[in-house]
Design a protein around this ligand. Structure first.
Ligand SMILES: Cc1cc2nc3c(=O)[nH]c(=O)nc-3n(C[C@H](O)[C@H](O)[C@H](O)COP(=O)(O)OP(=O)(O)OC[C@H]3O[C@@H](n4cnc5c(N)ncnc54)[C@H](O)[C@@H]3O)c2cc1C
Length: 300
């Protein structure tokens, strides 16, 4: 069988790009593949203020820098969404919709995607009022009334970013109070923001195929209310992108050891796709470095 690469890195977010750079610098024949633009979730971040070496940098700028470094290192970049990984004798066969690669080792760095609320119409209204990303879609709703659903630090970060653009912003939370974090006071003191507590969204209404209003239900009083708005930004947790690989997982997240090895010899994983405590750029990059070096050792 013809070998295409020593190692194929799946996913070009910070974890995958770092793994590929380490492999290339160890003189390995490595390629990286992604079904989307390079940078992964970085492309959704307005401002990063906790990544060492940069007091403040936008996510797309950091993604651009990482991608430039990948190109400076002449890493082979492929476009495609991986659908299956199969073991055949000593090789892994990795398939996308259009291509098949045979490789000695695989690094999975496919991250995770936002979870939908599971409401009727939700999929059809995606990009037509429903969004998961303030930095990508916020400017579409300039001077409009919008809502966010969720109660994580990320929700509050996104809310503060969006208040610079929109006229009015509601945060719908099912809890009594907003999450305790350093942003809570800024949210409470912002006159454009109203928090609707003890509530869930039960229905999405549309006009001309665009979101026009939401129905929210107070879970304490059981009273429902319709709110007219232009957009709903959803922050409802995440689903790891691991459907194409049959390895040991916990709630869909890939289980690895300290060397980023999965339970399948020759398959490594790193970044947001793994089962861990801290989901950040710095941890993704660190795990990418370990996965790259360990995959290089495995080839030996
Ligand atoms: C709104 C927001 C704000 C954040 N703010 C911060 C912050 O301030 N500081 C911080 O440190 N972190 C922050 N994070 C978290 C940080 O973005 C992630 O921890 C980091 O991007 C994870 O990197 P990754 O490479 O593991 O995964 P990702 O960045 O998710 O990249 C995964 C890549 O894999 C690709 N992929 C998925 N499935 C496939 C497939 N089947 N085939 C091919 N390619 C595939 C995707 O297209 C994507 O490009 C934030 C995240 C969000 C969403």
């Amino acid at each position: 069988m013809k070998l295409d690469f020593d190692v194929l890195v799946i996913g070009s977010g910070p974890a995958g790009m770092t793994a590929a750079i380490y492999l290339k610098q160890a003189d390995r024949n490595v390629a990286i593949i992604d079904g989307n633009a390079p940078g992964g979730q970085l492309n959704r971040i307005n401002s990063i203020e906790n990544y060492s070496g940069f007091s403040k940098i936008s996510g797309p700028e950091l993604a651009f820098n990482m991608f430039n470094q990948l190109q400076d290192n002449k890493v082979d970049y492929k476009y495609g969404k991986v659908q299956e990984i199969k073991k055949e004798s000593d090789y892994f066969i990795v398939s996308t919709e259009k291509e098949i690669f045979s490789v000695k080792a695989v690094i999975i760095a496919t991250g995770r995607n936002p979870k939908e609320l599971g409401l009727e119409n939700e999929k059809q209204l995606l990009g037509r009022g429903i969004s998961f990303c303030a930095i990508c879609d916020g400017s579409l709703y300039r001077n409009k009334k919008i809502a966010l659903v969720g109660n994580s630090k990320e929700t509050l970060e996104e809310a503060l970013y969006l208040t610079n653009l929109v006229s009015e912003l509601l945060i719908v939370i099912k809890e009594e109070e907003l999450i305790e974090c350093d942003l809570k006071d800024k949210i409470i003191n912002n006159s454009k923001i109203k928090v609707i507590n003890n509530s869930i969204i039960t229905k999405l209404n549309s006009e001309d195929k665009k979101l026009s209003s939401i129905i929210i239900k107070n879970i304490k009083t059981n009273q429902s209310e319709e709110i007219e708005l232009s957009a709903l930004f959803e922050y409802n947790g995440y689903q790891p992108n691991t459907e194409f690989i049959d390895c040991l997982k916990n709630n869909g997240y890939i289980v690895v050891n300290q060397q980023m090895r999965t339970n399948i010899k020759g398959i490594f994983a790193c970044g947001d796709v793994i089962d861990k405590e801290v989901y950040q750029v710095s941890t993704a990059v660190a795990e990418g470095a370990i996965a790259g070096l360990q995959a290089s050792k495995y080839i030996d």
